[in-house]
Design a protein around this ligand. Structure first.
Ligand code: PTJ
Length: 258
């Protein structure tokens, strides 16, 4: 379907269209469409823009990534559909390895997603096969690569399920989640929960990575000063402010960037 640029919900409709197309191409699973709807509902509540606390988490994520020794970005069907170009660009900026890791895993879908990322400029994308298993994880997501997620010190997990986040944290890794639901087990379990829409979050982290690459002292300072509990509290407080403004019948203006 052709969506007119003038449509007030253009960006949101484009994202849906991308997901449906990727579902038809065998990249996204039907469950991914449900997951997207949940994300959209949270995004409405947050005002469809990056909040100030999300920016803080994004900067902390970037600081960890530039200081990491073996950073890896995990990609699933939804992520490959919504932000393949942005993920490849971020991986190059860090630089980080990309590994395709699926909850509803089939080797054919892993191959299709690897091909999509490679078409967008990704190199050495891992995913097919796998030579290691994440301990204490029974789902198909346990199958990973030693050169990828298994051996990583910092892992980015966008649109994740809580089980793997918990298992990766238990392995001693720094886990950066991107999930619009601040109450999800993923957000609760991650070392750095980024509560923002995937594409916006990846673009912001990319920008901060480029900035902090040039300023290692600032990166070290941010790693030290970021406090997950404080950041999540700020997120809830932002949400409360949005809802209170709606109750008073005033549109809640965000003091943030989009
Ligand atoms: O491709 P696969 O097989 O690995 O499966 C991918 C899905 C997404 C189906 C799988 O990981 C899954 O079931 O995830 P969940 O448990 O539904 O969690 C997805 C989380 O991402 C939910 O908390 C959503 O609110 C959130 N979410 C959805 N879309 C976005 C989002 N967060 C940020 N940006 C989005 N665009």
């Amino acid at each position: 379907m052709k969506i007119p640029r003038s449509h007030p919900r253009y960006e949101s409709l484009i994202r849906r269209e991308r997901l449906v197309r990727a579902w038809k191409a065998g990249i996204v699973v039907p469950e991914g469409l449900i997951a997207h709807g949940r994300g959209e509902a949270w995004d409405y509540l947050f005002g469809e823009g990056t909040s100030a606390p999300a920016l803080v988490a994004e900067k902390a994520a970037a600081a960890h990534l530039v200081r990491a020794k073996r950073p890896v970005i995990s990609v699933n069907g939804n992520v490959a559909a919504l932000a393949p170009k942005e993920i490849v660009r971020l991986a190059k900026a860090i630089p980080a390895r990309i590994e395709v890791n699926l909850f509803h895993r089939t080797e054919a879908r892993v191959r299709r997603i690897v091909r999509t990322l490679t078409r967008h400029g990704g190199t050495g994308v891992l995913g097919t096969g796998g030579d290691a298993r994440i301990p204490h994880l029974d789902s198909r997501r346990a199958l990973t690569h030693r050169a990828g997620i298994y051996g990583a010190d910092v892992v980015v997990v966008p649109l994740e399920d809580g089980d793997r986040t918990e298992a990766l944290v238990r392995m001693g890794k720094t886990v950066i989640a991107i999930d619009l639901n601040p109450l999800s087990r993923t957000s609760q379990m991650a070392s750095i929960p980024v509560v923002d829409e995937l594409t916006r979050a990846v673009l912001n982290i990319d920008e901060f990575v480029r900035e902090l690459r040039r300023d290692p002292e600032e990166a070290a300072r941010i790693v030290k000063s970021y406090k997950k509990a404080d950041n999540l509290r700020a997120m809830y407080s932002f949400l409360g402010w949005r809802l209170r403004s709606l109750l008073r019948g005033r549109p809640a203006r965000r003091k943030t960037r989009d």
